[in-house]
Write a protein that binds this ligand. Structure first.
Ligand code: R5P
Length: 288
């Protein structure tokens, strides 16, 4: 068994390797003057089971391309089995056509990973569970929730209500609530006017006087969490926690999380968060 890291999140890959009592395999990663990427595995992997750890986070296109090149390099080096470990699977939100003449990028990325030569995929908290079916190779879908739930449970919060910040996340929030002593569930009816712009309309459920824990798969611009927390406060929630597996944190996210009225923002380390010490309410848990 060999484990290699792409450049997206080497600390996570290192933690996984340490957990397994292994060393990360030697690999050269370079960029040519024109921006093209270069990868070379620096030991024989003929006949080996190879694990390539590469979340496809910011810079998304570079990291995705690097993953494809790593897979191709391993295939051409006669690895027996190549597992693409993609803790954060990007391009996942376009998992269906919502308007004419759009691409379904979640399927396109599945095709690219498969065509490059991956034998299997290990992904964490896919944006939607049906993305598993976009692959014709085996895919293990694992969850960050055991780590997140254990942490929340350890805080012994009273009068808890688990909140899904949109209708699409209800199943995820319900599973959380179940594991948190069957906490009640509330649902925010979120609408978007355009991509990356969240507007909150209604709340289904009761949060008055309660500790609300919003649960999502990812925080991107943090608009969803910010608008959600405002609504929950308006509806009388005492405290608001935000909890998500993937800290994408693009654009105004840091500012919003910092200035928002959050008791704590709990995420995992599927994506590195440089300068996370400056985002005051942020707690990062390891899913290694
Ligand atoms: C949406 O379907 C996702 O589950 C997240 O709620 C959303 O992508 C978060 O984006 P943002 O942080 O930009 O509001």
């Amino acid at each position: 068994l060999r484990i290699f890291s792409g450049s997206a999140n080497e600390p996570l890959a290192q933690e996984v390797a340490t957990y397994l009592g292994l060393q990360l395999g030697p690999m050269v990663r370079k960029r040519f003057a024109d921006g093209e990427l270069y990868v070379q595995i620096q030991e024989s992997i003929r006949g080996c089971d190879v694990y390539l750890v590469q979340p496809c986070c910011h810079p998304v296109n570079d990291n995705l391309m690097e993953l494809l090149i790593m897979i191709d390099a391993c295939r051409r080096a006669s690895a027996r089995q190549i597992t693409a470990v993609i803790p954060y699977y990007s391009y996942a939100r376009a998992d269906r056509k919502t308007a004419g003449r759009e691409s379904i990028t979640a399927k396109l990325v599945a095709n690219l990973v498969t065509q490059a030569g991956a034998s299997r995929v290990l992904a964490m908290d896919l944006h939607s569970a049906q993305i598993q079916g976009y692959f014709d190779i085996p895919l293990d879908h694992v969850y960050g929730s055991p780590v997140l739930i254990q942490y929340i449970a350890s805080k012994e919060l009273s009068n808890l209500v688990v909140v899904s910040p949109d209708v699409g996340g209800v199943a995820r929030a319900r599973a959380f609530a179940k594991k948190l002593n069957d906490a009640p569930l509330a649902i925010i009816d979120k609408r978007r006017h355009s991509h990356n712009e969240a507007e909150v309309l209604n709340l289904i459920g009761d949060v008055k006087g309660k500790t609300a824990v919003m649960v999502d798969d990812l925080i991107d611009t943090a608009g969803t969490m910010l608008e959600g927390s405002r609504l929950l406060r308006e509806e009388g929630a005492d405290q608001v926690y935000a909890c998500a597996t993937h800290a994408v944190l693009s654009g105004p996210a840091r500012e919003r999380l910092f200035s928002g009225d959050f008791e704590e923002v709990i995420v995992s380390n599927t994506i590195p968060v440089p300068g996370h010490e400056d985002i005051e309410p942020l707690t990062i848990l390891s899913v290694a």
